[in-house]
Write a protein that binds this ligand. Sequence first.
Ligand SMILES: [Zn+2]
Length: 681
Amino acid sequence: MRWAQLTLVEDDPGKFDPQFWLDYFKRTKSDAVCLSAGGCVAYYPTNIPFHHRSAWLGDRDPFGELVAGCRKLGMVVIARTDPHATYDDAQQAHPNWIAVEADGKPRRHWASPEMWVTCALGPYNFDFMTQVKREIMSRYRVDGIFINRWDGSGMCYCEHCRENFKAATSHELPRTNDPQNPARRAYILWRQQRLFDLWQLWDREVRAINPNSCVIPNTGGGATSSLDMKRIGELAPILIADRQARRGLTASWANGKNAKEFRATMGRKPIVGIFSVGLEEPYRWKDSVQNAPEFQLWAADGMANGLRPWFTKFSGTLHDKRWLKPVEEMYRRYASWEKYLRNERPLARVGVVYSQQTGWFHGGNVEDHINGWYQALIEARVPFELVHDRLLDAEHLTAFKTLLLPNLAALSKAQCDQLRAFVKGGGSLIATHETSLYDEWGVKQPNFGLADLFGVDYAGRTEPRMQNAYLRCEHQATNHHPLLRGLEDAPRIIHGASRVEVTPREKFGPMPLTLIPSYPDLPMEKVYPRVPKTDIAQVFLREFGAGRVVYFPWDIDRTFWEVLCVDHFKLLRNAVGWATNEPPVVEVTGPGVLDVMVWRQKTSITVHLVNLTNTMMMKGPIREFIPVGEQHIRLRLPADAKPKRVHLLAAGKNLATKRDGEYLVAKVPSVLDHEVLAIEL
Ligand SMILES: [Zn+2]
């Protein structure tokens, strides 16, 4: 439930104080730990040739000493290995272990130039690192082996990669990133297969020694992640998310997004989120210490969404101790909440579908569309999940009423059939832009795969870049359609930046948004609409029994992410409300920006309120928590739920509640960083 990581640096042995760390693990109530063992540097007396012992190791075994100490504390212990770099002696004896550049030259390490970058897909990983894992597991019988940077450092043109790829696919290694290039397409799949083979080899080898162990390759992510999350969900008993902190203007909900991405394919298996106590910027100040509220909020949003926290520190010798106390306080708090953090099942009814095949084969800015929806749902305080596009079967969709398809361009016929079945069964869809206009390989089709649901055909053209275009709000013609809620006083609003031209298949009634086409934005004298009004609908709303379908033939989600126009927010929020067409799971009203999640455990229901309200105006970092005032909660109770007691975990007090039909109504006086409303059943 609470992970610690100590990654030693080479000069730590003999210098750092293991007892200091063991005491700290105890004080933080950490129940699991990841400790440096081997790979780039061995922190135990290894006997494997070319497994580089720390130059400071002497006759010590700091890894073994820490393992023994952690075991005494009753902790789960996993060993950390990192295979991505090696030394001159290994390179001279085994030149075929080293990664090769496109020009045929072996690759030096970019940050430690005395080292070499290894090839991930050849004998260095398959043979040498397998021996290392066997040795660590035989000697220490750890509970698992975590493997950092195991999947390569970009393209490798070594003899193994060339020959193995050719033998498997009959292609030469690609020299272009274009996913429509046949060799690149084959490579995207071949590399994955090679890495999954490696994963399974390592897993078999360590389980042969300790059947209760496993390997935990550091991997996984969302639509742009290179390894298939569905396959990972099948292989991994546990998964660690390695996005350690924000950088620049990263949204403060991004760690919760990690959790949702992982849960989409991991289901209820444990997932863990690494957070760094330092700054994570491109300059890589690896020994830095970040402002405490910054990493506390990052961890909190992950926790609210199902990640177990994992703090990471490099170097056993501390250069700056300011992080120790805040992490200790945070871990002790989460230890006291433990029962409620065994999040069994989310109660969200809305799912945002993400598509790695769209990321791999169609490319483009897939994340921008997803992030637009993500931001809108956070602002609207709608609890939601992420859904993997290769898990659209009825069983995986049963919890959902509404699925959002953020420019889900590349979809197979079978996936479109699954979405049709979902709508037929009473589910609702909201799709944007070029959703289903490409097949699963990213090849453009003559028409949308979901044209029958959208009610429109592709007219053969996508306008890639619109300038100064608008949408007319058709209040009168649609008798104040709920899609326009909150826009009653707006005759027109801004359009997006890219528009798909479509032809309605049937006669639609008046639609809430119609096109005001682009007109010149300079010289100022020329800025007047040439056409004040058209009957070209820019949203299509349809009903199929209990199911509803909304199609926006433009990039509303991507534009919202770029511009954050509040009018677009209202459209996105209202579209979810109209499509979902049932009383919401929870309503939270009050000031500020909150990430709201609702979970059901064995004997409780929890509502997490993570206060993302930032104090730094336009820039990213969190300097301090600003409490937000009274929040009114209306929680729809499941029919079988009989609340006994309602209390606030952070405030540590009982809460008076009222019943309003199936709703439980309460007032939370204030939220500082992370409050949890716990309903005992
Ligand atoms: Zn290679």
